[in-house]
Write a protein that binds this ligand. Structure first.
Ligand code: 4VN
Length: 307
């Protein structure tokens, strides 16, 4: 009776407004050359003044319903991973639930910064594979532009806005998640923070080191000796992806990348990469994928999935 988790649809939604590195160089002391060479980012989509995290998450939810032909009433849960909810209460997920009329779904936000989507997908898989729920949405959604200090050129150039997510149900005939490991080290929380009514603050060096020391260890443990088709890592910095490929002894081509177009969208980054690469036909059914998120908390975690 209890089926395995299956991905029925993937979708993403980003704000229309594109801000290039040259655009940023007009308002702060930076340059396209500096941003590209240090991060790989060329542009980012940023919310307009009247757009919020809920808008992007709701747009993703609508697309997921349309693509999967599942009705809103069939949904048992909605989990939104976000660190930039437009309100603490109600949650983004509750607003999405109201927007689409998912009257039978329980809905909540999950906060694990840039690892949020990976944590949320792991939890959603347990809801479904345990038999507790049959069908639900997992969405990562962020408006990082609302927490970025636009006078701090070291962080302002890194982030972008958007949302992406998955429609899941219990029609799978084999496990979706082959291996997983989710981790947190709250003792290093001060390296990346966003306190209430304050801007995001990052010790770039410390987070860079964390990403290259703790994350590869985690990925190696989860991957073990599996043949991975593609690695879909949090899109924080292209240099991290270069170094990660080297550390893991894997070809760089296996590390999918779209941060050049979107910047770092925190909890939206992994699903945004997954959804775009599935739409492009790069990611296909039957492949083995390694999803990995890492960031504030500190949090990090990887899922080895077979789609
Ligand atoms: C994971 C990472 C980052 C991150 C950290 C540092 C950094 C991204 C610092 C040096 C700078 C270029 C940019 Cl690795 C952020 C998160 C949070 O999502 C997670 N860029 N940089 C330089 O001077 O080269």
């Amino acid at each position: 009776m209890t089926g395995y988790t299956k991905i029925l649809a993937m979708a993403h939604a980003v704000p229309e407004k594109i801000v290039t590195n040259d655009d940023l160089a007009q308002i702060m002391d930076t340059s396209d050359e500096w941003i590209r060479s240090r991060t790989g980012i060329a542009q980012r989509h940023l919310a307009a003044d009247n757009e919020t995290t809920t808008d992007f998450a709701a747009a993703v939810a609508e697309k997921l319903l349309t693509q999967s032909k599942i009705s809103a009433e069939q949904l048992d849960f909605i989990i939104v991973a976000t660190m930039t909810a437009d309100s603490v209460m109600p949650s983004t997920a509750a607003k999405v639930q109201a927007h689409i009329g998912a009257v039978n779904a329980f809905a909540y936000d999950l906060t694990a910064a840039c690892s949020g989507f990976v944590f949320a997908l792991a939890q959603a898989d347990k809801l479904i594979s345990s038999g507790a729920s049959r069908c639900g949405l997992v969405i990562g959604a962020e408006t990082m532009s609302s927490v970025v200090d636009w006078s701090d050129r070291s962080t302002a150039v890194l982030f972008g806005d958007g949302a992406a997510g998955l429609m899941l149900d219990d029609s799978g005939t084999a496990p979706l998640i082959l291996a997983e490991k989710l981790q947190t080290d709250g003792t290093r929380a001060d390296k990346l923070t966003c306190f209430k009514n304050e801007f995001l603050k990052m010790d770039g060096r410390a987070i860079f080191d964390f990403a290259l020391r703790d994350v590869p260890k985690n990925i190696m443990e989860v991957t073990a000796d599996a043949e991975v088709d593609y690695f879909l890592l949090h899109q924080a910095n292209a240099r991290i992806l270069d170094k990660m490929a080297k550390k893991l002894g894997q070809p760089r081509e296996k590390f999918l990348q779209n941060l050049q177009h979107y910047g770092n969208t925190s909890a939206a980054s992994v699903p945004l990469l997954l959804s775009e690469m599935a739409e492009n036909g790069v990611v296909k059914e039957g492949q083995t994928l390694l999803l990995s998120g890492f960031g504030g908390g500190l949090t990090w975690g990887s899922l080895l999935i077979q789609t």
